[in-house]
Design a protein around this ligand. Sequence first.
Ligand SMILES: Nc1ncnc2c1ncn2[C@@H]1O[C@H](COP(=O)(O)OP(=O)(O)OP(=O)(O)O)[C@@H](O)[C@H]1O
Ligand SMILES: [Mg+2]
Length: 390
Amino acid sequence: MSHETIMKFLNKANELNLQAQQMEKMGSYELAKNIYIEAAEVLNQLAKIAPKSPQLSSWLATAEKYIKRAQAIADGTVFEENEAIKVKGGDLSKVDCGSVGERYDPENNKLNFEKLAGLKKIKDILHRAIEWSLKYPEKMQEHGLESTKGILLVGPPGCGKTYLVKCTAGEFGVKLLIASPATTYNKYVGETSKAVKKIFQCGAKLAPSIVFIDEIDKLLPDPSRTSDSSGVGGQALSTFQQEMDGAQSGTGFIVLMATNDPELLHPALARTGRVSYRIYVPPPDEETRAAIFKIHLTAKKLVLSEEINFEHLAELTKPEDGWYYSGSDIEEMCRRAKENRFGKIIASDEQKDDLPLTLEMIHEAISSVKRSISPRMIQRYESWASKNAS
Ligand SMILES: Nc1ncnc2c1ncn2[C@@H]1O[C@H](COP(=O)(O)OP(=O)(O)OP(=O)(O)O)[C@@H](O)[C@H]1O
Ligand SMILES: [Mg+2]
């Protein structure tokens, strides 16, 4: 069975599910029920013709979910449930998002696109993908567009994936919840499905919001690539797929994920239809490097010597033999140069604030930091991007 054929079935089921949800929202319950049944039939048919697929259990589980929904409509429980959704804030108030991740509220998030150097194309995509979906979900639907479901960011370490998400939340003035191995996954060892459910509940609770699952390869590695024989990984993956598929348009939150190891992800996790955009976040190019220097060499009392020119600094940090500096390498250079200057101010008798940061200080800092991105890494990411990136 070809990949294209499978995709056709999955897209069809997905489309029907969305239609059914729409009908339900409009109160056309009888029609919604029939469309849910049709969506389940498409998946059951797919399961029959591709019984050996590793995704079989997830298709069957989704089909079952659609049937349950149809049944709930038939026996009337859906009306009570829909009432409950209306008071979602109340229902979700018991969910403790503090245990799920680090939370950033727009009032305390000082980052925005101005603080994010370069990456123009990515900013454009995010404008479309996030701002439109959070602000105009209904209008989009009226114009035949689906709201963004999820966005996967892929790229080498230190090139701004996490930082870019924080800037995005600040730019659009929405809440952000960051789930990562440090804040979340360690607390839910052996209970990944529960963690996944909570992450989605918190997205809904905090709406309008962005939920960022950082290092998603650690939360949901492809079970066939790990030594996990407990089935916990497979179960968590299928919970995630269901939650993503169920995250209907207009729910007011968008799931962003990041990895620097896309090969470790299960193909179904980031397939079209489940994730709307797959974005490659590359090492900074010349213009971006200049802008990163500018951002990190700007402060109220930071005086720069006149000989400093950001374009020149970008030129000094260009790739060499295929090795690139990352954004965090450049940030580190700036930190070292500023520290050098500050040390001199503190050590001097007058402690004069106007001591300039010199080109020599920067040269010294640049030569003390090694390029952290290797040609092999670049080749791996570019090959992924050419096959997968939006
Ligand atoms: N485009 C950029 N503009 C401004 N600063 C940047 C940019 N890219 C990277 N940086 C700086 O580099 C730091 C590291 O970036 P970040 O932690 O977001 O990388 P990452 O891609 O998430 O890395 P990892 O894969 O290791 O998690 C940021 O805190 C930021 O200061
Ligand atoms: Mg990161």
